[in-house]
Design a protein around this ligand. Sequence first.
Ligand code: ADP
Ligand code: MG
Length: 716
Amino acid sequence: MPSRQKNVLAAKWNVNGNAIGAPDLTLSDNQVFGSNVFSQAIQRQRLPKDVYRKLSRTLAKGEALDTSLADSVALAMKEWAMEKGATHYAHVFQPLTNVTAEKHDSFYGPTGEGTALAEFSGRELIQAEPDASSFPSGGLRTTFEARGYTAWDPTSPAFILENPNGALLCIPTAFVSWTGEALDNKIPLLRSMDALSKSAMRALRLFGNESAVRIFTSVGPEQEYFLIDEQYYFERPDLYTTGRTLFGAKPPKGQELDDHYFGSIPERVLAYMLDCEKELAKVGVPIKTRHNEVAPSQYEVAPIYENSNVGSDHQQLTMQILQNVARRYGLVCLLHEKPFAGINGSGKHNNWSMGTDEGENLMEPGDTPHENLQFLFFCAAVIQAVNKHQGLLRASVAGAGQDHRLGANEAPPAIISIFLGSELEKVFQAIERGEVGESTPESFLGLGTPVLPPLPMHGGDRNRTSPFAFTGNKFEFRALGSSQSLSLPNTVLNTIIAEAVDYLSEELEDALETGTELEAALRPILQRSYAANKQVVFSGDGYSEEWTTEAENRGLLNLHTTADALPYLISDDTETVFSNYGVLSQRELESRYEVMLEQYVMTLNIEAETASSMAKTMLLPAAARYKTLLLSAELGDLAGQTDALISQLVTKIKALETANLSENQPKGDIQKAAEYTRDTVIPAMNAVREVGDKLEAVVADDLWPLPKYSEILFVK
Ligand code: ADP
Ligand code: MG
C-alpha cells in the first residue's frame, strides 16, 4: 500500500551556509539601501541641471509633469540601468486585482544592419501599451475596445529587480483605458491624495498656515504572513491552488500556548528575514521591524512610513519579495488571510496620517493650544468621515479571504468603530459638554500650562480589538487583509476625509466671516461634529458579544460577508463623495464593484472544486483503504465507525458537486451569484470539510494523504 513519505525536507539551506541563490550578505546596510533605486541622488548626478530641477519640483509639489523632460530622463535611466546589468525594462502597474502586473521589453531593437542598439526613449518611458484585454475591467472595456495604456508615474521611483540570471528596470506606471478611465488602483489613489491635499490646504489657511503648499498622506503597513516548508505546500493541492487549507483537523499543539508571539525566531527563518530585508533595502523599501506573531509560524514585517503612493507601490514589492525569497530557503510564504482553520489569520495594519510638505504631521497633537485646535479639527474630520462612510470602509477591505476574519470569531470585528484612547476621548467629551479649558487633560493638550511638555501619547493605552485606532500621531486602520493592496482602502480614507475636512472648513469659514475669533468659532463646530458622530467611537472590547448588541443599538453597520459589504461601493453616499472629488466616476466605481464580486465568486468556485476533488480522490480512497485494513484485522466495530463516516463523506461530496454545477448558479447578476456562493456553496464545502477532518482523526496516519497541521505549522 503506497503511503506518503514524511519529513524528507529538501536541504536547500543549512545554518552554516547560505541558501542557494542567496545574495551577498556581507555588504553593510548603508551601502545596500536604495542601491537599486533611480533615486533623487542618482538623478541629481546624472540628469542635466535644469531637467533635474524641473523634475524635483514635480515630485515635491505634485505638479504636472513637463513631458519634454522625458527624453533626458529616459536616457539617464537607461544608462544607469544598463550599467547595473539590466537588459530589459518593464512598466509595472496594479490592475484591479491585488497583484502587480508587468510587461517586459528589451532595451535592444534591431538596427537593420545586423546589430542591435539599446532603445529606450522618452516615448517608451512615458507610455506603453500592454495587452489590456486580459485584465479584469468590470465592463469598463469590452474586448473590441481593449486598448489600455500604462503611463509613467514619476512620483514613484524606478528601480532594478535582480534575478540570478539578469536584471530588470521596473518603472511604476498607471494603467488607463483609451477613453481615460482608470483601469488600475494607482490612479484613484493619486487622485485621492490630490483631493485631500486641496481640502486640507484650505483648512490650514484658516489656521494661519501660509507657507505649506501641499499635503501628503502617508502610509506605514504592518504585514503579517505565514512561513511553511515548501514540501508540505506542494503535497497539498488546496494550498497550492487556493493558498489556504480546505481540510485539516486541529493540531494537539496549537496557538493556545502563546509561546510563539515575540518568542525567538528560528534560525532558518531569521536568515530568510535578513535576506528579504536586504533585497527590500536594495529597492529602497525601508523595513523597520520584524517579529513573531501570535500563531505558530506567523510573522510580521513593517516598513517606515512613506507617502501613500510610494508606500503602496513598496507594499506590492514587499509581498512579491517575501514570496520570492522564501523559495531560496525551502519555504513558502503564505499571504492568504486564513491559511489554517482554528489558527489566527493574517491581516495588514494600515497606519495612516497626513502632513505638509514642510514636514508637519497634522495628526500629531502639538505643544501649543493653537496647534492643538488644528489637530482637533482634523481629528474631528476623521471621526466624521469614518462614521458617515462605515459601509464603504468595510467594503474597501472585502474579499473571500477576509470573510474568515472580519465578522467571524476573529480580529478585527466587521463593525467599523474608532478607538481614540482615553485622553483624546476625554478631550472630545469635554468639548461636547462645552468645557474646554477646565477639564481638558493638560498633560496631553498642553492647554493652560504651556510650560509643561505634553505627555507623549505612544506609551498610553492601546486597544488591539479596534478596527480603527488613534495611535498617538496617526490612525491605524486594522481591517485590511494580508494579501490586499493598500490602494483602495487608502483611496477611500483620503477621499472621505477630504469631504469631512471641507464640510468643517465651510462651517469655520462662515463663522470666521462674522468676525469671531478662531478658537471661539471652532468650539461649537467641533462640539456639533463630535455629538453627531460619537456613535462610532468605542473603547471597549470589540470582540465581545455585548459590543455586537450595543453597536446595533447605536445604529452601526455590521457587514459580515463580502456579499453584504460590496454594495456600499456603489451606494449613493459613495457615488456622491467619489464624483464630487473626481476620484472615481460612477462607471469606475461600478467596475470595481463588479470585479471584486467576480473575484469573490471565482475564488470560492475554485475552492469548492478543489475541496470536492480532494475529498473524492484523496480522502475517500484513504478512508476506504483504512476500512479494508480494519476488516482484514477483524476489527469490525472500528470498521463500522469508519464506514459511517465514509457514507457521510460520499453524501456531502455529492451535495457539494451539485452546488458547484454551473446550471445551479444564478446567471447574469453577479450580486445574486455572490449571495448564492455565500449561502449554498460555502456551507456545502464546510460540510465536506467537517467529515474530512473527522476522518483525519481516525484513519491510520501512514494512510492519510495530506500533511497535517501539526507537521505544517512548526517550521524546524
Ligand atoms: P505600533 O503599531 O505598535 O504603533 P510602530 O510604532 O512600529 O508600531 O508603527 C507601526 C507603523 O506605523 C510603522 O510602519 C510606521 O512606519 C507607521 N507610522 C508611524 N508614523 C506614521 C505616520 N505619520 N503615517 C503613517 N504611518 C506611520
Ligand atoms: Mg499595529
